[in-house]
Design a protein around this ligand. Structure first.
Ligand SMILES: *Cc1c(COP(=O)(O)O)cnc(C)c1O
Length: 466
């Protein structure tokens, strides 16, 4: 209000800035409307700060910088150096090349999504992957929806709406991101009947809860925690027999649900979908983007009559997957026909099975480059660490790995490390690690593009002690 009027007058007009060379190029790139808005914003900012100046080129430069910043995608690639291979907040599984190609074809073209090419009639989209799913799991039939949360929701709603679902108290999981079994049950219109205790549930607990109101028995794989010590759970085989005696289905929510024996990658055994089917579960639900290594999807495999009912539920239409994901799912599942080469072709297993010497080799290049960049204020070394599978698979197993560890020489350690961690997250490709004790750790397991990583450091301004 009390800014000197003479100074305000010195600001160039919007038109003057728009006529500059820099803006001509920007208009061609970003469009006139966005360019005018950026110039107005820059001039308004200058006016607010009481800035004077008639340097048209400087205002034009600011406007172009604004346009460039606004054109950056919000969903950016990052370097996942957290050590968690399937990191939910970083998008879980990386997609195999063959699946990316299949998705690209599906995006660019009309595809026979619900079209029977033999008879020229309408087909079912699930049929595209049904046979593969049955072959890989030993199930009679299969369907797929948006994600495993949707698979569980659809299953409960189809078989236990207005009825009861029996679950052990030891299996009432929360996955995170608002997936809590009791909440899903209530949204599905199912009454939850909890049996047993947190650590011990017996067959007699299930028997006591079964009634004519029972819609199904649900077994949940406690995929993101483990209860140890004085424990007891009723196995799927025994539960299946009990469920069938009472003419209700047993549903096994496997969560991660791998299709291969993980011991072939040096990991601990995790129940496979085929095992869950063989144990007698009538329906098995599992995720597409956890250990399976595909896009976000929820699979339901099991008895034909039950899958048919799921497909007839109007909710299925609201939860179905699109052609792009179907293309990726099909290509990803095909890779499982050749398990010997999975670790080569599927990024999830490539990263999980990565030998320690790969990480050591990366460290040999990265440690000196980072030390050089950060200067004498920081100490860059390597440290043994453990990676995790993530996303609710093998929650207590850790994979021996190697980290680049950055600590601060001298005082102000905590503040400087936080500042460095922030600066690394602001790079063109943000670098995400973790601070543990007094060091910033970058687990190298998921770093594959080392040239890209080193080039990305070019604009890093290391924070300085004050
Ligand atoms: C992860 C998980 C879910 C949810 O699966 P999304 O694919 O993330 O929707 C449900 N149940 C279990 C046991 C899980 O581990």
């Amino acid at each position: 209000m009390d800014k000197p009027v003479a100074a305000l007058r010195k600001l160039p007009s919007v038109d003057e800035v728009m006529r500059s060379d820099a803006l001509a190029a920007a208009i061609a790139q970003f469009g006139r409307i966005a360019a005018v808005a950026a110039v107005r914003a820059v001039l308004a900012e200058a006016r607010k700060q009481g800035a004077a100046g008639s340097d048209v080129a400087a205002f034009a430069g600011d406007a172009v910088a604004r346009l460039e910043a606004a054109a950056q995608p919000n969903l950016k690639p990052v370097f996942n150096l957290t050590g968690t291979v399937l990191h939910t907040n970083l998008g879980r599984a990386l997609i195999a090349e063959s699946a990316i190609e299949a998705a690209t074809v599906a995006m660019r073209n009309a595809v026979a999504l619900e079209f029977d090419l033999g008879g020229g009639r309408r087909g079912e989209r699930d049929e595209l992957v049904r046979d593969l799913l049955c072959e890989l799991t030993g199930a009679e039939d299969a369907t797929l929806v948006n994600n495993n949360a949707a698979a569980v929701l659809l299953t409960l709603n189809t078989f236990a709406k207005g009825r009861e679902a029996i679950v052990s108290r030891g299996e009432l999981i929360e996955i995170g991101g608002a997936f809590r079994m009791p909440d899903i049950m209530s949204r599905a219109g199912t009454k939850l009947v909890e049996v047993g205790t947190t650590n011990r549930t017996h067959k007699k607990d299930y028997v006591g809860a079964l009634s004519e109101k029972t819609g199904l028995i649900l077994k949940v794989h406690t995929s993101n925690y483990r209860i140890e010590g004085f424990t007891k759970e009723v196995g799927a085989r025994e539960l299946a027999a009990l469920a069938h005696e009472h003419k209700v289905p047993l549903v096994n929510d496997l969560g991660s649900g791998t299709l291969v024996d993980l011991t072939r990658f040096g990991l601990k055994h995790e129940p496979t979908v085929a095992e869950a089917v063989a144990e007698g579960a009538d329906l098995v639900t599992f995720s597409g983007d956890k250990l399976l290594g595909g896009p976000q999807t929820g699979f339901i495999v099991g008895r034909k009559a039950l899958i048919e009912k799921l497909n007839k539920n109007p909710m299925k239409r609201a939860l179905r997957v699109d052609k792009i994901r179907l293309a990726m799912v099909e290509a990803t599942l095909r890779l499982y026909r050749d398990p010997d080469r999975l670790a080569e072709k599927l990024p999830t297993y490539r990263l999980l099975a990565r030998p320690l010497k790969d990480m050591q080799e990366l460290a040999r290049h990265i440690v000196p480059a980072l030390q050089d960049k950060l200067g004498a204020g920081f100490a860059v070394t390597t440290a043994p660490c453990s990676s995790q599978v993530g996303s609710g698979a093998l929650p207590v197993e850790s994979l021996p790995s190697l980290a680049v560890s950055i600590s601060v020489n001298g005082r102000g350690g905590g503040r400087l490390l936080t500042a460095l961690s922030n600066a690394l997250r602001k790079l063109p490709v943000p670098v995400v690690g973790r601070i543990e004790k007094d060091a910033l750790l970058f687990d190298l397991r998921c770093l594959e593009n080392i040239d890209g990583f080193l080039a990305n450091l070019a604009t890093l301004q290391p924070p300085e002690a004050v």
